[in-house]
Design a protein around this ligand. Structure first.
Ligand code: AKB
Length: 318
């Protein structure tokens, strides 16, 4: 019998796509979507849904134990830009839920956990190009600090209590099913909606700011491949680097222009520029490649084509 899976933060950018993919693979009834919203978002209404506040430790514990959930994907978090505006709440949200889930696994209610980390764990003193798996990490954002602390706790629970927790340091993720919520890499999604609406875009990052990015289909496949990998192949218990595609706003605009001639871009960097400047421009993901066979499939041209074909501007207008 398939193990019951709970996805917390299921209404978010990663959550929606992960719910749909896992339901396809494991059966709808085996994948429960949980989110803070009262009502289930339409896009994931094809299976079970529960309203859940990840900071309500008692409710989360009871739900997981009563429903015999065996795997949790804990995606609820405040991203980099939003977290800077509300540091206390960001720290609470990003850490408390993690402890609730790690403790449930420590007590053997759960067999496996997925917890997302981010390129935000790196900081201004980290080598910028081809950033290694293990290197200087002095994050300068609240979000980055919470992700780095979370990584340390994941590795600690694995070493100390044998908790099977697996994690990826996601780069910026690009998708069209639902919108990203408050990250520094969001420009690389916004740009496609504005290209459709007006064939022009004002970027909140400067033209030569290179950041690692990834098309969502690759990110979902990586997540599931890591979760399905035999336990002995998962040698990194903090979080795996994942490289994806590195590009600047200028390079992205050029790739859009190939599909949408006449597309124009201008630049008005805001507070997010400083965050982006503290992050790597490109990532070395050879540990993921060597340990569990990771390989990305989407390059920039392919990503741009799919995004322009599929973004629905009603999503940003409604
Ligand atoms: C953000 O920009 O905050 C996120 C991330 C890179 O973790 N997309």
């Amino acid at each position: 019998m398939a193990e019951k899976i709970l996805i917390i933060g299921a209404g978010g950018q990663i959550g929606t796509e992960l719910v749909l993919k896992l339901r396809e693979m494991k059966g709808k009834e085996n994948v429960v979507a949980a989110d803070i919203r009262d009502n289930c978002p339409d896009v994931i209404s094809n299976g079970p849904y529960v309203k859940m506040d990840v900071m309500d430790r008692d409710f989360v514990r009871k739900f997981i134990i009563d429903n015999e959930i065996k795997q949790v994907y804990l995606l609820a978090a405040l991203l980099s830009a939003t977290a800077e505006k509300n540091p206390d709440f960001a720290w609470k949200l990003n850490m408390e839920g993690l402890f609730t889930i790690l403790d449930l696994a420590k007590e053997k209610h759960l067999n496996k956990i997925f917890w997302p980390s981010s390129i935000a764990v790196f900081g201004p003193t980290t080598p910028k190009e081809n950033t290694p798996q293990r290197t200087v990490m002095e994050p300068s954002t609240v979000y980055g600090i919470s992700k780095q602390a979370g990584e340390r706790w994941c590795e600690y629970y694995f070493n100390k209590f044998g908790v099977d927790v697996r994690s990826i340091r996601y780069p910026g993720l690009i998708s069209y099913t639902s919108l990203p919520g408050g990250g520094t890499t969001d420009y690389a999604v916004d740009i496609f909606y504005q290209a459709k609406l007006s064939n022009s875009y004002t970027s909140f990052l400067s033209e030569n700011t290179a950041l690692p990015m990834m098309y969502m289909e690759d990110a979902i496949r990586a997540t599931i491949e890591l979760m399905e990998a035999p336990v002995e192949q998962v040698r990194v218990r903090s979080s795996y680097n994942l490289g994806g595609i590195s590009f600047t706003p200028k390079e992205l605009a050029e790739a859009i222009r190939v599909e949408s001639p006449g597309f124009t871009i201008d630049y008005a960097p805001d507070f997010r520029q400083q965050i982006a400047d503290s992050w790597p421009g490109s990532i070395d993901d050879s540990d993921a490649k060597n340990d569990w066979g990771w390989k990305e499939e989407f390059d920039l041209a392919k990503l741009v084509k799919i995004m322009l074909e599929n973004v629905d501007t009603a999503l940003i207008q409604g």
